[in-house]
Design a protein around this ligand. Structure first.
Ligand code: NDP
Length: 264
């Protein structure tokens, strides 16, 4: 029987995960189907249960469900437990396993653009994606990792979980960050966001976790308007998908050239 996979989120129409996983499967000679499932808020548990009950093999989880997905898991990996957020689920012997490949995906893509050693990195946003990227960034020899969020309480909660994390209110942001990572869902939800301009003063790179394969994201345009370089999260998306594919199929697919291919 053909193996069934899917990505669950809300919204999920924009997701490129089906195309990426089909490309990996073709490369590795594996037959699979990979769907997008738009899940009603509060329906994640029931939808995940139904997917696996019907023989589904693996799920990717995207916004806004990564923290809820972690809460459903019987067997989270160590890094998933640390993040308290999951982007990969699979069922084995009737137990729901969970992992988080977002951080590994981000760091491996970022390292292709910048050496993170001794850099002061600022993260904008404290949602499920941020939970996954904190620990791998902290393990990258940074000088400092600072976090801010619209809802400060959510960022402070993360500061309590990650002792090395430095948390500041939006109004108290400085002008001394080497790398600025945008990790809010404002762009995906087509909402306006206003960040203090000085945060880019010392930055040599800005990275947007969001992506748009045909044009720069709103955050990238804002960064570029200030004469600074910005890249989107398409590379991270491909990398985190490759690590998820490895978990499910036991083989790490080649990712070279796929980002370019997706943009065409
Ligand atoms: P969540 O829904 O878990 O969190 C959303 C975050 O965005 C919160 O910090 C929220 O702040 C903030 N936010 C939402 N709207 C605004 C706004 N208008 N102004 C300021 N802050 C806002 O989403 P995720 O963390 O799962 O995802 C975040 C983004 O990262 C998404 O765009 C997603 O597509 C992208 N992503 C990309 C990946 C990739 O591989 N490239 C992987 C994972 C995520 P508050 O707490 O105040 O509500």
């Amino acid at each position: 029987m053909i193996k069934r996979f899917a990505v669950m989120g809300h919204p999920v129409a924009h997701s490129l995960s089906p195309i990426i996983h089909q490309q990996f499967a073709k490369q590795c000679g594996i037959d699979l189907v990979y769907d997008k499932i738009d899940v009603e808020l509060h329906q994640l548990g029931a939808t995940v249960d139904a997917f696996f009950a019907e023989g589904g093999v693996g799920l990717n989880i995207t916004l806004p469900f990564k923290e809820q997905a972690f809460a459903l898991a019987d067997q989270p990996s160590a890094r998933c437990l640390k993040a308290k957020a999951a982007n990969v689920l699979w069922m084995k012997k009737n137990r729901l396993y969970a992992d988080n490949t977002d951080g590994e995906g981000l760091v491996s893509d970022l390292q292709q653009h910048i050496n993170l050693k001794d850099k002061h990195v600022l993260i904008l946003g404290a949602g499920g994606a941020t939970r996954g990227i904190i620990e791998p960034l902290l393990a990258s020899d940074l000088k400092q990792l600072t976090l801010t969020n619209r809802n400060l309480a959510r960022a402070l909660e993360l500061q309590q979980e990650f002792a090395q994390l430095h948390c500041v209110a939006l109004d108290d942001l400085g002008d001394h960050y080497d790398v600025v990572i945008h990790a809010t869902s404002a762009g995906v939800n087509q909402e306006q966001m206003i960040w203090p301009e000085p945060i880019l003063s010392a930055a040599s790179l800005a990275y947007d976790l969001s992506y748009d394969r045909s044009k720069p994201t709103a955050f990238m345009r804002w960064v570029n308007q200030q004469g600074k370089p910005a890249i989107d999260g398409l590379g991270m998306l491909v990398q985190q998908a490759a690590f998820a594919f490895q978990i499910w199929h036991g083989v790490l697919p080649e990712t070279k050239g796929l980002v370019q291919q997706l943009r065409q």
